[in-house]
Design a protein. Structure first.
Length: 120
């Protein structure tokens, strides 16, 4: 079962993401800070979802660590009014950086697209 790490200190967002992930048959682990996220890389995630408004997030440093750890897809999400942060996430190496509303719309299908299952 593919693994998704979620960096978010927002329990409601993390819970919503975990619910969509479970519905699509994925394992989801919430990390409340960057240190926990990097420590969880040894579990072999293929996808990481980053709340760009997580306290103390150094997006460039985290994305570099994720890529070095073998993560295939890194998706950021944040406020639609903070275009600068979304742009900075793309510049730091996020595959996508989406406004929160676009991120959560159809999230289960997006997770399936971002983390394809192996063929049977």
């Amino acid at each position: 079962m593919p693994l998704c790490l979620v960096l978010s200190d927002d329990l409601l967002d993390a819970s919503r993401i975990a619910g969509h992930g479970r519905a699509a048959d994925f394992d989801v682990i919430q990390c409340r800070d960057s240190t926990a996220l990097v420590a969880a890389l040894n579990k072999g995630p293929v996808l990481t979802l980053l709340d760009l408004h997580n306290v103390g997030l150094d997006i460039a440093e985290v994305v570099a660590a994720l890529r070095a750890g073998g993560v295939k897809k890194v998706i950021g999400f944040g406020s639609h009014v903070d275009a600068a942060r979304l742009k900075a996430a793309r510049a730091a190496g996020c595959d996508e950086a989406l406004p929160r509303s676009a991120f959560f719309e159809g999230l289960e299908a997006k997770m399936e697209e971002w983390m394809p299952r192996p063929e049977k």
